[in-house]
Design a protein around this ligand. Structure first.
Ligand code: ADP
Ligand code: MG
Length: 358
């Protein structure tokens, strides 16, 4: 026996070492709860917030996946009904209809918080982001299928009723100091929804999921292998689904894109889209065609994609850096600018676009 061991000493040592490494790796993986394989997954498509919704849920039980998908559908429907200005029984709709100039309107605490956060972003962006843009969006009616710009006189009249300094937040609610004002959560609704979806995924103990609500994508947990997700950024001039590049995202983040390609009409080669510059009363026209923001707060992600789109490349990119979010700005010349944080996490995958530096 001793002779045998001596003869095969090298091989035996090697086998023991390999077995030890395998055991330690296995233990390390177990202790971090990281699997070697992906969870089973299903993808469900539907509609909510007037846009398409796609949910890919990673979870081993098929019936549990279906249940999670159903509960997300329900959550989105309830939230949309609650915050949509179009739903006559929503709190937002009743505020818009019934407020008295200089009188206090009381809100549910969450709606008041959303409005306060919008006002904060409005102040930080010198009014590029406006919580009370709705009368202007309604005048242009781009989401309602209008296909002709309003007259300058109509725009001038509307601008008198969209001044955010006419909104005052007080302890028990909000005061509007002008008539004809209207608030809406259009620029942040999908971000709020993404936050609620993440909470639901956590409550339901889902290992990983990716849920897109139009241009807002909630990225949650992991697929089972503990690796980051890869999210495609839409080519603003390509067909739906064609990407301009790919972004590496950790679970817990929300990726939102605002662009001039979502809802628009064209006259004489000029594009009129649904994101407005509150100073001019016209669709933002500063050379940007899309802005993507990635951060761990859905509300902020959605708000900042709209805000930065209106601010333009220079101010927008600086604001994104100041807020510490990841951002991708795309110009009409197909130049792509990114925040420093994305240097190693964003790759262009489309020859028509080119990474550029400020
Ligand atoms: P999408 O609705 O296509 O996802 P956004 O998140 O950028 O795009 O939101 C656009 C919506 O935000 C518009 O439909 C309008 O209701 C609103 N909006 C437009 N311009 C502004 C602005 N300057 N500030 C705040 N909200 C805006
Ligand atoms: Mg937005």
């Amino acid at each position: 026996m001793i002779r045998f061991l001596a003869k095969y000493r090298h091989q035996t040592t090697a086998i023991i070492i390999i077995a030890l490494i395998a055991a330690l790796t296995y233990l390390a993986i177990q202790s971090k709860n990281v699997r070697m394989s992906e969870y089973d997954n299903d993808t469900y498509s539907g509609l909510a917030f007037g846009t398409s919704v796609k949910k890919t849920i990673y979870m081993d039980s098929a019936s549990a996946r279906q249940e999670v998908s159903n509960s997300i559908d329900e959550l989105l429907k309830d939230l949309d009904e609650r915050i949509s200005y179009r739903n006559p029984s929503s709190e937002i709709a009743s505020i818009n209809k019934a407020y008295a100039v200089d009188g206090t309107v009381t809100f549910s605490p969450d709606i008041k918080e959303y409005l306060s956060r919008e006002i904060e972003i409005c102040n930080e962006t010198e009014g590029a982001f406006s919580p009370c843009i709705l009368p202007l969006s309604m005048l242009w009616g781009i989401e309602d299928g209008y296909s002709k710009p309003p007259s300058q006189a109509e725009i001038d009249e509307t601008l008198l009723h969209i001044d955010p300094s006419d909104i005052e937040i007080v302890d028990d609610g909000v005061i509007f100091h002008n008539d004809g004002m209207k608030i809406d959560l259009g620029a942040v609704g999908k971000g709020i929804a993404a936050d609620e979806v993440m909470d639901e995924l956590s409550r339901q103990k889902v290992p990983g999921a990716i849920v897109s609500i139009g241009g807002t994508i909630a990225v949650y947990g992991d697929k089972g292998k503990g690796r980051p997700w890869h999210v495609g950024v839409q080519d603003p001039r390509g067909e739906d689904g064609k990407v301009l590049g790919v972004l590496e995202v950790d679970g817990g983040n929300v990726v939102s894109t605002s662009g001039d390609y979502e809802k628009y009409f064209e006259i004489g080669g000029k594009r009129y889209h649904h994101i407005f510059d509150p100073k001019t009363g016209y669709p933002a026209d500063n050379g940007l065609i899309s802005v993507t923001i990635c951060t761990n707060d859905g509300f902020l992600s959605d708000a900042l994609s709209t805000a930065c789109f209106v601010m333009g490349l220079d101010k927008g990119l600086q604001y994104a850096e100041d807020k510490g979010v990841d951002a991708i700005f795309v110009t009409a010349e197909k130049k792509v600018y990114i925040t420093k944080s994305l240097k190693r996490r964003f790759n262009i995958r489309n020859d028509e676009y080119e990474l550029a530096k400020k």
